[in-house]
Design a protein around this ligand. Structure first.
Ligand SMILES: *Cc1c(COP(=O)(O)O)cnc(C)c1O
Length: 432
């Protein structure tokens, strides 16, 4: 499979090249040149396949000509060594729990898969690789964990000072070893801009082999399509219309769902659920895209004012009308999000985190508008509620049980380097 740029102004590359470059030469994001449909047999037999078998089938489509099947299987078995269970809330609504990985958020899928593919390709050369990542919280810890102690790889994380939760900060800053955390005096958008500037800086890229691991990297994106198929395989009644509600920030998760859809996954509609950082729902409504500065919310991993994967969605579908045929989108305030957490808990005793709650509210909004009576509505639960104890506990007046590995991480010492949002300081750090 070859990969092209969403800007269509640079040549085709292999998966390996797309993986190491992160961004195309023309500034675009990489996408597969074609998205083949999976066979009827695969869908007919899907409920007899394990999550890892499903993942291998999907991965082979894109990587089969560059990674031998046995190696690809090892990469997947090792990267995805945890489940994504579909939990039934009621007859119509289900929650796909994507938080059973080591950092308790869905970004473990992409980060662990990417770390192992980089490690595989790096074995064929002896360059040290520096992974440069901007994180609004969960990306960084997933990447740091995914790459921790992998030989020949350094990780530099940029995160906005005081704009990630205490737990997220602990997860980002306590690993040490080959992981460095930079605390940026600015917003997540500043962090993303600085990372982009570093990739565009000829002096840096001539001295260091840089690679990105945030959601722009195609190796992060592709494995996120695996669990859409797995969710489908876990449904009891696959004849009802299927709707995925995806809590969205940079729209990588949703784009991975669109790829699954283009591979033939039979579904009715996606819902892009956002917090008050609502540039995407506004874009679908008005046809006009206006990037905005991000605003802090209680679903802070979705605080993005200029979602990078929008370029991929436009690449797939062209214009806002066609996008709106596939995707319904709406946004919710923090107060509404808290009510969503409360409402779901009081009806079902299910404790959802603030990101998942935005997804739950958006699904309900869609059902209100479409009057569907019988459906499979799947909310992607992107993080474990114990990662946001302040919000969840003050909303529900219940104590959340901390998973063991999280408890251990909270006791470690934070180690960071604090810099301003001026690119030159990042450059000095990288070259120094
Ligand atoms: C990153 C993240 C999101 C947003 O995912 P995107 O792929 O950036 O849209 C949602 N919820 C949680 C918990 C996250 O960490």
């Amino acid at each position: 499979m070859k990969f092209c740029s969403t800007n269509k102004k640079s040549g085709l590359v292999s998966f390996k090249e797309a993986l190491f470059r992160g961004l195309a030469d023309d500034g675009g994001l990489f996408m597969p040149t074609e998205i083949p449909k999976l066979s009827k047999d695969f869908f007919n037999n899907i409920s007899s396949l394990s999550f890892q078998e499903i993942s291998c089938t999907v991965a082979r489509v894109f990587l089969g000509d560059e990674i031998p099947p046995q190696t690809l299987k090892q990469i997947i078995d090792d990267a995805i060594n945890f489940d994504a269970p579909l939990v039934e809330i009621d007859e119509n609504i289900k929650v796909l729990e994507l938080f059973h990985g080591p950092t308790l958020a869905f970004k473990d899928f992409g980060a662990r898969f990417m770390a192992r593919t980089i490690s595989y390709f790096r074995e064929q050369s002896d360059h040290e690789v520096t992974i440069l990542v901007a994180t609004s919280g969960d990306t960084g810890s997933a990447v740091a964990n995914g790459f921790f102690n992998i030989e020949g790889i350094k990780v530099v994380l940029l995160y906005p000072s005081q704009k990630v939760s205490h737990i997220q900060e602990q997860q980002l800053t306590t690993l040490g070893g080959n992981i460095s955390a930079l605390e940026i005096e600015g917003t997540f958008d500043d962090c993303q801009r600085m990372v982009k500037e570093a990739f565009a800086d000829k002096e840096i890229t001539s001295k260091i082999t840089l690679s990105s691991a945030n959601s722009i990297n195609i190796a992060r994106l592709l494995p996120q399509s695996f669990y859409y198929f797995s969710a489908y395989s876990q449904l009891k009644d696959r004849s009802k219309s299927l709707i995925f509600s995806v809590p969205s920030g940079n729209f990588g998760n949703l784009t991975a769902g669109l790829i699954a859809y283009e591979m033939g996954l039979p579904l009715e509609r996606f819902i892009a659920a956002t917090n008050i950082n609502d540039v995407f729902p506004v874009f679908l409504k008005t046809g006009i895209f206006n990037a905005k500065a991000s605003v802090q919310t209680i679903s802070n991993a979705m605080d993005v004012g200029n979602p990078s994967n929008l370029a991929r969605i436009i690449f797939l579908y062209g214009n806002p009308q066609r996008i709106a045929e596939k995707i319904f989108s709406c946004s919710f305030s923090d107060a509404e999000t808290k009510n969503g957490i409360k409402d779901l808990y009081s009806k079902t005793a299910y404790i959802i985190d603030p990101h998942g709650a935005v997804g739950y509210l958006a699904l309900r909004e869609y059902i209100d508008q479409t009057h569907l009576k019988s459906y499979n509505g799947i909310v992607l639960e992107t993080a474990h509620p114990a990662k946001f104890p302040e919000v969840v506990e003050e909303t529900l007046y219940v104590k959340i049980e901390m998973p063991e590995n999280l408890k251990a991480c909270l006791e470690k010492e934070k180690i960071t380097t604090k810099i301003s949002n001026d690119f030159r300081e990042l450059k000095d750090f990288l070259l120094g």
